[in-house]
Design a protein around this ligand. Structure first.
Ligand code: PLP
Length: 438
């Protein structure tokens, strides 16, 4: 075993990293205890670590690699673009091509503005909603992750001791200005009555409602029809915009998760798969909502810019990725996701462990308890469940399988049923060993 072996190269790299990076890392998600596993190569569905250990990847860089690692067709598109220059202070045709492809697929997207990450896309969408309505407030779902913009971070990690009855808006980052909390409404997923009341209380101060159709931190539970109906009705009545965050959820449907779940957003945010493994973000929306980005009437109500925005490498990789992500590929992912959930359910029953699996399309999530998961509060893990989650994650890494640290999986078109069968056996074995209870 090379991990967590104290004489491994990963441990040596982490020792070096701690001298120059706070906590030894650049990205919280890469941290596993006692030290992160360093990657040296990814090919298809396999990542090889610094000590030469191969593992099957079901996490795909947190849902961003829809065709796995180093796909040859994506590499050749990027290589061709790269030989012509990596970034310019001029637009390129590639950004038009990628925008055309997305506009063509997603009904509620007439125009697109690119940026460099999902965080930026959400920030710009919030600012666009404010600019369009000339109002300050944003509503968001309790616990939902939308990146690192102050307002999007509110109540990201609230807990039973501070979340209140109807959700209290809580700061995630120390030192967050009180005004951020005053201008953010937090609503509970799928609780239409409470959410409607909170939205109406905000009234004509409400600029937009930020939603993820299947929030990861609510256990990948899709938004209920009654909740979507309420959001449409109340936001239209109040004159607020709906912002659908499809940074992850775009992987659920050729026409976007909004088509799958019957959501009519004014603005949509994208990132992850639309960059084909390169940094990217985008805000799309109706002609009317996106008009705030336009300079046609002078200074735009909501300016946006960025040195590497729409750079040709991200555009080339994203274009090739989405061209390859045709309806056949979506069908494959849909079937594979359902197979993955069956495999996990079988492993739970084979091992006698009281757990469950949730998810939709190409995504699945394990829960090490049998309480029904309906929102952030039921997804929220007790201390003992947290310990078992960490332990199972480590056992699976040791057995050669990569899930997210909270036990989520996001499949790619190079993941297969054979890989999932092996994973199911490893999972049953890992679950059969006693878990820490305290
Ligand atoms: C739903 C959602 N929105 C926004 C983001 C932020 O995207 P990025 O990491 O590209 O900044 C993420 C990242 O995981 C996400 O899952």
């Amino acid at each position: 075993m090379s991990w967590p072996d104290q004489s491994s190269l990963s441990q040596a790299l982490f020792t070096r990293a701690q001298k120059v990076l706070p906590g030894g890392i650049s990205r919280l998600q890469t941290l596993v205890q006692p030290f992160p596993i360093y990657a040296i190569e990814g090919q298809g569905a396999t990542i090889i670590d610094a000590d030469g250990v191969p593992r099957t990847d079901f996490m795909n860089n947190f849902a961003s690699l829809i065709h796995g690692h180093a796909h040859p067709d994506i590499l050749s598109s990027v290589t061709e673009a790269m030989h012509k220059g990596t970034c310019f202070s001029m637009p390129t045709e590639l950004e038009i091509q990628l925008a055309e492809l997305i506009v063509d697929r997603v009904k509620r997207v007439d125009k697109i503005r690119f940026c460099n990450s999902g965080t930026e896309a959400v920030m710009l969408a919030i600012k666009a909603a404010r600019a369009r309505t000339n109002r300050p407030c944003i509503a968001k779902i309790e616990g939902a992750y939308h990146g690192m913009y102050d307002y999007a971070e509110v109540s990201l990690d609230s807990s039973p001791d501070n979340w209140g009855d109807a959700p209290n808006p809580l700061a995630y980052t120390r030192g967050t200005p009180a005004s951020v909390l005053e201008d953010t409404i937090v609503i509970p997923l799928n609780d239409s009555n409470t959410s409607e009341r909170l939205l109406r209380d905000c009234g004509d101060r409400l600029a937009g409602v930020l939603i993820d159709p299947v929030p990861l931190s609510c256990g990948l539970i899709p938004m209920a029809d009654h909740f979507i109906d309420m959001l449409h009705r109340v936001s239209r009545e109040l004159g607020a915009l709906i912002i659908a965050d499809e940074v992850i959820a775009f992987r659920l449907d050729y026409h976007g998760a909004q088509s799958r779940f019957g959501i009519d957003p004014d603005l949509t945010t994208f990132a992850k798969i639309i960059g084909g493994g390169f940094p990217v973000g985008a805000i799309g929306g109706t002609e009317d909502a996106m008009s705030v980005f336009s300079h046609n009437q002078g200074k735009p109500p909501n300016s946006s810019s960025g040195t590497f925005t729409a750079n040709p490498l991200s555009m080339a990789a994203g274009l090739k990725t989405l061209e390859m992500l045709d309806t056949k590929a979506y069908d494959y992912l849909e079937n594979l996701g359902s197979y993955a959930r069956d495999v996990v359910e079988n492993a739970f029953s084979e091992s006698g462990f009281n757990g469950q699996v949730t998810g939709v399309g190409s995504m699945f999530h394990l829960h090490l308890h049998d309480r029904e998961v309906t929102d952030y509060r039921t997804f929220f893990r007790t201390e003992a469940e947290e310990k078992s989650t960490t332990e199972l994650h480590l056992r699976l890494l040791d057995a050669g399988y990569i899930l997210s640290p909270k036990l989520g999986g996001f499949l790619s078109t190079v993941n297969t049923r054979d890989q999932l069968d092996g994973f199911g056996d490893a999972l049953a074995t890992a679950l059969a060993i006693e878990m820490p209870t305290r």
